[in-house]
Design a protein around this ligand. Structure first.
Ligand SMILES: NC(=O)c1ccc[n+]([C@@H]2O[C@H](COP(=O)([O-])OP(=O)(O)OC[C@H]3O[C@@H](n4cnc5c(N)ncnc54)[C@H](OP(=O)(O)O)[C@@H]3O)[C@@H](O)[C@H]2O)c1
Length: 191
């Protein structure tokens, strides 16, 4: 499958590595192009660095791997281009202070992906890949791909068709997909 990325840092980068190892093609973007270009050079023929606008024009499935608070910038800058897309959301309601993650309150009693969905508008959101540290995601996925013993990866969505599109990507990344239910049931990392 062709999978777009907004954000190629720790989680986006390692998920792109796993998907390429699993046979997918990744289209990589971030706020600047230098990170995506470096990663595309590392990953070879199955990766392309593009502007976010070009990524969204080229694929209907996009991972938004930016810090939780930056979702409002993504909605502001790319809201219309995102409408109708299947969005994979690994974000946790955290900010970073002096290198330490600090929890953020999610407004209105919503779960984190319910709130991100409200920010993004008419997208088909699937929450997954956010339950472990980026280094563990890469190590667990590579082990699953190599050994055939696939660690569990939970996913949550209110859109069964979108979830059905994302499930094969969870498998490609080396994991055993586990349906966690709707977005109201979703858990953050560590829960
Ligand atoms: N790191 C982990 O272990 C971990 C584990 C589970 C879940 N998560 C979740 O994954 C998400 C990403 O975390 P991370 O640790 O991967 O962050 P990161 O390493 O700091 O990477 C953030 C990425 O987002 C891009 N970005 C930021 N603002 C942007 C914008 N307005 N438009 C386009 N791209 C933008 C950055 O691009 P530039 O460098 O070009 O600005 C960078 O590629 C967070 O929501 C976090 O809660 C992280």
């Amino acid at each position: 499958m062709r999978v777009g990325f907004i954000g190629t840092g720790r989680i986006g980068g390692n998920l792109a590595r796993l998907l390429v190892a699993g046979g997918d093609h990744v289209l990589l973007s971030a706020s600047r192009l230098d990170g995506p270009k470096r990663l595309a050079d590392e990953l070879g023929d199955h990766a392309t660095a593009l502007s976010t606008t070009d990524v969204l024009a080229a694929t209907n499935v996009v991972v938004i791997a930016v810090w939780w608070e930056a979702f409002h910038e993504i909605a502001r800058d790319y809201g219309p281009a995102l409408q109708g897309k299947i969005v994979i959301d690994p974000s946790n309601p955290l900010t970073e202070q002096g290198g330490t993650p600090v929890p953020l309150p999610v407004p209105d009693g919503l779960t984190s992906p319910q709130y991100q969905l409200r920010r993004l508008g008419d997208v088909r959101l699937v929450r997954t890949f956010g339950d472990r540290l980026a280094a563990d995601l890469l190590a667990d996925g590579l082990r699953g791909q190599d050994s055939g013993e696939h660690p569990d990866m939970r996913y949550w969505s209110d859109d069964p068709e979108a979830a059905a599109t994302v499930v094969p990507l969870i498998r490609d990344a080396g994991f055993h997909p586990v349906d966690g239910g709707g977005l109201a049931q979703s858990k953050n990392a560590g829960q």
